[in-house]
Design a protein around this ligand. Structure first.
Ligand code: NAD
Length: 289
């Protein structure tokens, strides 16, 4: 099935839709013919995406919604079903980064990553899945893991941990949906590699922590910003993700070679039971994709 056959109508709800990958997914969903509910904590950003999409002839609504708040996610679901109709695609996309040694990490920064990246996905599933199950029409759930969900990276431990968690959560959810016999629900894990966004700029660090190694944290941020220079355009990434989803794959990879090499390396590490090793940066080579 083509992406247009599969996602050519219906409603998509996307968290973190005001920027980066979420905005790219929203733009492509509209190009395919979907209506979109755009949720984000950044009101200015999400309104700007909404206005752009509506001006192009699409149907887009926005909600200022914090994925950390379970009641806000329930309210988002109520509003979406009442205003736009049954949800065909739920994208739990909102996510944040954190740089620095784990022992330097402020408790609030740790909580931010876990609350947004892990709890936010759970709140999305709790708010929407029962309605999607009840509707009995085909529906998709995409959770944003990462290449970081199959890699281990020093100086980003909270983020990496959160993305491993979301990959495992998504795999379990896929099995639970099958076990419960909800064949109309497709659960898929999105593993972006390097996609242009604001995630590294908005990441937490270790500033203000007495004795904290700010240099190490900021060097890691700089290294990630360096990778971003060659990163994929979010709209192109969205097109790849929608196409793979329509092919009914479980792992949706923005850059199959780049992310796939990290998956193979992870599998080999576990199979051979070797300890994690420091490595030079995994370079994203756009020409190799
Ligand atoms: N960009 C990449 O290369 C890359 C790679 C792997 C995984 N990812 C994942 O993709 C997802 C999107 O990230 P991005 O790179 O587009 O980042 P981004 O910073 O450009 O966009 C994230 C959006 O989420 C919103 N957000 C933050 N906290 C929120 C909250 N509590 N509630 C609602 N919205 C909130 C932000 O306001 C922002 O608009 C994240 O889950 C990230 O981990 C990105």
């Amino acid at each position: 099935m083509s992406a247009r056959d599969t996602f050519g109508g219906g409603v998509a709800v996307i968290t973190g839709a005001g920027s980066g990958i979420g905005a790219g997914l929203a733009r492509h969903a509209c190009r395919l013919g979907m209506s979109v509910m755009l949720a984000d904590v950044d009101e200015t950003a999400v309104i700007s995406v909404r206005d752009e999409l509506n001006a192009s002839g699409a149907t887009a609504e926005h909600a200022v919604c914090d994925v950390r708040d379970p009641d806000a996610m329930v309210a988002l679901a109520e509003r979406t079903y009442a205003g736009l109709g049954p949800v065909r695609l739920l994208v739990n996309n909102a996510g944040v980064e954190q740089f620095g040694y784990l022992w330097d990490t402020p408790v609030d920064n740790w909580r931010r990553v876990v609350d947004v990246n892990v709890n936010g996905v759970f709140h999305g599933i709790r708010a929407f899945l029962p309605k999607m199950i009840e509707a009995t029409t085909p529906a998709w759930v995409w959770n944003l893991s990462s290449i970081g969900g199959v890699a281990v990276v020093p100086l980003q431990a909270p983020y990496i941990m959160s993305k491993h968690a979301i990959l495992a959560l998504t795999e379990c959810l896929r099995l639970e949906v099958q076990l419960a016999g909800h064949e109309h629900i497709r659960v898929q894990a999105v593993l972006p590699g390097a996609v242009a966004s604001n995630i590294f700029e908005s990441a937490g660090g270790v500033d203000g922590v007495a004795g904290g190694d700010v240099n190490a944290a900021e060097a890691q941020r700089a290294a990630m910003l360096d990778i971003k220079a060659d990163a994929m355009d979010p709209l192109a990434a969205a097109e790849v993700v929608f196409d793979q989803a329509a092919e009914d794959r479980f792992y949706l990879l923005t850059q199959p070679d780049y992310v796939g090499s990290a998956m193979a390396e992870r599998a080999e590490t576990l199979a051979t039971q070797r300890a994690p090793m420091l490595r030079t940066k995994r370079r994203f080579d756009p020409a190799a994709q």
